[in-house]
Design a protein around this ligand. Structure first.
Ligand code: NAI
Ligand code: MG
Length: 497
């Protein structure tokens, strides 16, 4: 097993890593693409390139879809569920054996702190373990049609599934799509984000080593336009799982409409964290900080709006500010509290939101500016930022910033908090901090979101279904519901006399 310390030393001396894959992963091998076009992958912590990868084309997509189609028909759909389970279980073990390599690569590609990348890679292993256990429990139903009939359902795999993966959680998003798809008997063609291509390639290779037949999991790298778009409009694809922006989600849904292809959309969020006066203060403070500053706020389910009851507003925000000022910024490999954001473009977008807010006279109580790694003077960093007393109709309270920027909204009481929580185009997640059991569950019912966290933001794991309401998308991933996304229910009714 490659150790993080050795990999970091290698990166520091050579500026790259030998273990990085090249080419697409198609038909069980790293293939030479149809041409020699490559792109750079950049280390956000330095703002410099550290590797090149293949810039795929529509031809590569065609090849991958054809390979996945053949693999579905001949090598995977009819494999006994228990055999699929053993392969996925082995994949989980191989991910754990390669944990440090996966995490270091993820940190270089995405910028995220190494301890978070290690958590993501462990989570990926857990995802394969969970769905390994589900392969042979995908049971149907039977119907009481009387003595003359038999009626039952079976869950058939949907077929070739496309996975469009974003740059904020590359290995986690890949795992949470691949594992249930494979468990259900589907095959996979994935396109990782062009900012973070490597861990999906490594994952496909590990799956192959675990015994997945050739072509069951293919990965094509490249841009959204050259690879993502041809993949989502491909007639050979039966299902699309897309995670990313609302704008791209809309275009994916339109191309899916052409062939009536199934689609699950996991889009943006502007999730409220409701903190009531009777909360457990310490629990709420650490919850609110983690909800917005983990992965520098680049999480679709980040708690980016603190909705706080007036009775504790000033005291709570003062303490938040003091803790935020103590957060250590640095290159992801140095395990900072807060890493860089993923790209120069994205940094500009975040700064734009905050600069416009300042021009409107916003109350920026800490942070608010672009910065650098204090050690190297490099990289794409934004200070952890809190903007107090933001009106609900303000752009800062309505638009997804996808950065380390927390917006504070003051509520008069629990009813007002509910109104503010729901006054948003998104409905992905909501946090609730209160020691009042009844109030917590009343709010949980009334808040329009796909999942609710009570007294611990990001509570739960792969067991818990995840997905959005409103513009946050539709369809559910994770949990057994996530498995059913990759199945078609077939009902069979037979007359037996
Ligand atoms: P994006 O939605 O354009 O990219 C996500 C994935 O879609 C990438 O793999 C990209 O290559 C692919 N893609 C792009 N255009 C495509 C097309 N026409 N057809 C098929 N695939 C395509 O998001 P982007 O530009 O990286 O980020 C923009 C904003 O989106 C962020 O600032 C953030 O607000 C939001 N976002 C939300 C995410 C989430 O977890 N829900 C993840 C990433 C971004
Ligand atoms: Mg990168």
């Amino acid at each position: 097993m490659l150790q993080a310390s050795d990999l970091i030393a290698e990166y520091q001396t050579t500026g790259t890593l030998r273990a990085l894959p090249t080419g697409h992963f198609i038909d069980g091998i790293f293939t030479q693409p149809s041409h020699n076009r490559t792109m750079e992958s950049l280390d956000p912590g330095r703002g410099e390139a550290f590797a090149r990868f293949t810039a795929g084309t529509e031809r590569d997509v065609d090849q991958a879809v054809l390979s996945s189609r053949q693999a579905f028909d001949t090598r995977w759909r009819d494999v006994a569920p228990v055999e699929r389970a053993r392969i996925l279980q082995k994949a989980s073990a191989l991910i754990l054996e390669n944990l440090e390599l996966l995490a270091v690569v993820e940190t270089l590609d995405s910028g995220k702190p190494l301890q978070e990348a290690l958590g993501d890679a462990r989570g990926a292993a857990r995802t394969f373990e969970y769905y390994a256990g589900a392969c042979d429990k995908l049971q149907g139903d039977s119907f009481p049609l009387g003595p003359d009939y038999i009626g039952y359902t079976i869950h058939e795999p949907v077929g070739v599934t496309a996975h469009i993966i974003p740059w904020n959680f590359p290995i986690s998003t890949a795992a949470r799509g691949f594992a249930p798809a494979l468990a259900a008997g589907c095959t996979v063609v994935a396109k990782p984000a062009e900012q973070t291509p490597f861990t999906a390639l490594l994952l496909a290779k590990l799956l192959h080593e675990a015994g997945l037949p050739d072509g069951v999991c293919n990965v094509v790298t490249g841009t959204g336009l050259d690879v993502g778009a041809p993949l989502t409009r491909h007639a050979g694809v039966d299902h699309i799982t897309f995670t990313g922006s609302v704008q791209t989600g809309r275009s994916v849904m339109k191309s899916a409409a052409e062939d009536i292809t199934r689609v699950v959309l996991e889009l943006g969020g502007k999730s409220p964290v409701v903190v009531l006066g009777d909360c457990h203060k310490e629990q709420a403070l650490s919850g609110v900080l983690g909800a917005i500053f983990e992965n520098a706020g680049q999480i679709c389910s980040a708690g980016s709006r603190l909705v706080i009851e007036r009775s504790i507003h000033e005291e709570f925000v003062a303490e938040l500010v003091s803790r935020t000022k103590g957060l250590k910024i640095g290159h992801g490999l140095a395990k900072p509290d807060l890493g860089p954001v993923n790209s120069a473009d994205h940094l500009g977008k975040i700064a734009g939101f905050v600069d416009r807010a300042k021009a409107r006279g916003a109350d920026v109580v800490t942070g608010g500016a672009v910065t650098k790694d204090p050690k190297s003077g490099k990289g794409w960093f934004f200070q952890p930022t809190i903007v107090d007393r933001v009106a609900s109709n303000d752009e800062l309270a309505q638009e997804e910033i996808f950065g380390p920027v927390l917006t504070v909204q003051v509520a008069e009481d629990a009813d007002d908090a509910l109104r503010l929580a729901n006054d948003c185009q998104y409905g992905l997640v909501a946090g609730i901090y209160t020691s009042n059991f009844a109030k917590a569950h009343q709010l949980a019912r009334k808040i329009d979101a796909g999942q609710i966290y009570i007294n611990e933001y990001f509570a739960g794991g792969i067991e818990v279904p995840f997905g959005g309401n409103k513009k946050s998308g539709f369809g559910r991933e994770k949990g057994l519901e996530g498995l059913l996304s990759y199945c078609k229910t077939k009902s069979i009714a037979a007359k037996i006399v």
